[in-house]
Design a protein around this ligand. Structure first.
Ligand code: SF4
Ligand code: SF4
Length: 316
């Protein structure tokens, strides 16, 4: 397979390498300004305060609006998706973590794979320069996943990979060479389906995007301070994150389990009973979540969530 066609990168080669590295989907788009309607929607979303305490989203608006500002000479955006749907979940009725938190920290896994992809491209195009991004740069990653043809933006505001759902980590590679072929954005595929919206217990989803102030995923992971009582009452069974809208999507039905061993459930994580979780001490927490993204919430954050659930389940 020719990787370098008259100074242009072969899109087929990039996708074959991405597949070899385990990515489930990969697409390419020419680097350029983000569609103005999308930028306007994002600005309006911020102005409505829907980002809640995620103040970092308010910064670097100019960089977010055009990835060419993130890397000199950027010509191509490659978007990739890595499946994290676990082969097994905590049984119904038990306390649950969001699927994405079952395994090792995805930042490390996706970044390493993107670096491997970049190295594979540089092996055939030695002059090529690139930048790997996985929550490490102000990139509108869902927009670029759509723009690169990876999936459409679903009503739950996540990217839906056709016939595979949304249990995917996203990443981007910015490259300073053009590709011989670019993907086209897919048509919106939700149609009249409203399952994700209807599954949300806190009404965080509307036609106007996600309102993080109401979202249990935000409140149990990013939010500092106490969880409002009204939200806490809707948490069970999730004490870290929330997958209701993701799991409601009919496209998830066709998704195979993740092939990436790093996303297998961490040892012991599915064996804990409700009582075990509620009694979790700091040493158990350290052992259980070594190398996991849950470490970001810190022990105190996890205990806060568990305490909120415990209180909400006390008889009144
Ligand atoms: S993650 Fe949970 S709370 Fe947040 S929008 Fe989805 S269903 Fe609603
Ligand atoms: S549940 Fe339905 S509306 Fe929501 S993202 Fe999936 S297809 Fe779209």
């Amino acid at each position: 397979m020719e990787a370098n066609v008259s100074g242009m990168l072969s899109a087929i080669f990039v996708k074959a390498e991405a597949r070899r590295l385990g990515f489930s989907a990969c697409g390419l788009a020419p680097a350029g300004p983000v569609d103005p309607a999308h930028v306007a929607f994002f600005r309006d979303w911020l102005a409505r305060g829907c980002q809640a305490g995620m103040a970092y989203l308010e910064r670097h608006g100019d960089l977010r609006a055009d990835p060419r500002r993130l890397m000199d000479g950027c010509r191509t955006v490659v978007s990739v998706a890595l499946n994290y749907r676990p082969a097994e979940s905590a049984p119904d009725g038990c306390l649950q973590l969001s699927w994405y938190a079952y395994g090792k920290d995805y930042h490390d896994v996706v970044r390493a794979k993107l670096q491997s992809l970049l190295s594979a491209l540089q092996a055939v195009c030695p002059a090529l320069r690139g930048r790997a991004c996985c929550d490490t740069a102000p990139v509108l990653e869902r927009y670029w996943a759509w723009r690169c043809g990876v999936g459409w933006l679903g009503r739950h505001t996540q990217v839906v990979v056709p016939r595979a759902g949304s249990a995917f980590f996203l990443g981007e590679l910015l490259l300073d060479v053009p590709a011989d072929r670019y993907d086209v954005p897919p048509r919106e595929g939700c149609g009249s389906c409203m399952r994700c919206v209807e599954s949300c217990p806190t009404h965080a989803l509307s036609g106007q995007g996600l309102d993080a102030r109401r979202c249990l995923s935000y409140l149990t992971i990013e939010h500092k301070g106490e969880i409002p009582e009204e939200a806490a009452a809707k948490m069970f069974p999730y004490f870290y994150g929330c997958d209701r809208c993701l799991r409601a999507c009919p496209h998830l039905r066709f998704a195979p389990p993740a092939a990436e061993p790093a996303f297998s459930p961490l040892p012991g994580i599915l064996a804990l009973s409700e009582e075990d979780w509620l009694r979790l001490d700091v040493e158990q927490y350290r052992q259980l979540f070594r190398g996991s993204a849950v470490k970001r919430a810190k022990y105190e954050g996890l205990k806060r969530n568990l305490e909120a659930i415990r209180k909400s389940r006390e008889p009144r």
